[in-house]
Design a protein around this ligand. Structure first.
Ligand SMILES: [Zn+2]
Length: 102
């Protein structure tokens, strides 16, 4: 992994002063077109009683994407809850689990 020494971002959990707390999820980056923000998708299974099988449901979150992580679309990442960084952003990427293929 290409982790730079310091990204200079105060909202980076490694190099800044951002404190992590709360929930942690593993999921996939679906869009990384915004500056330092990415869109994250989380898959969960919910049991459907009528059809007696599990169905996939997705939750999407806006997550902070520090320069030292720079996650791309398709990457599997671990996110952790932090203080609200903007109106919709209260999670930050803490590590890349798997790079996107190709
Ligand atoms: Zn950093």
């Amino acid at each position: 992994m290409d982790v730079k020494n310091d990204c200079g971002d105060v909202n980076c959990p490694r190099h800044g002063s951002l404190k992590l707390r709360g929930r942690s999820f593993e999921g996939e980056i679906v869009s990384a077109r915004m500056r330092k923000t990415a869109s994250f998708s989380l898959e969960r299974r919910e049991y459907d009683r009528k059809y007696q099988r599990f169905e996939k449901r997705y939750t999407s979150l806006k997550v902070h994407n520090p320069d030292c992580i720079s996650a791309r679309e398709g990457d599997k990442v671990r996110v952790m809850e932090c203080r609200p960084l903007s109106k919709t952003k209260k999670f930050v990427i803490v590590e890349k689990v798997l790079n996107a293929t190709g």
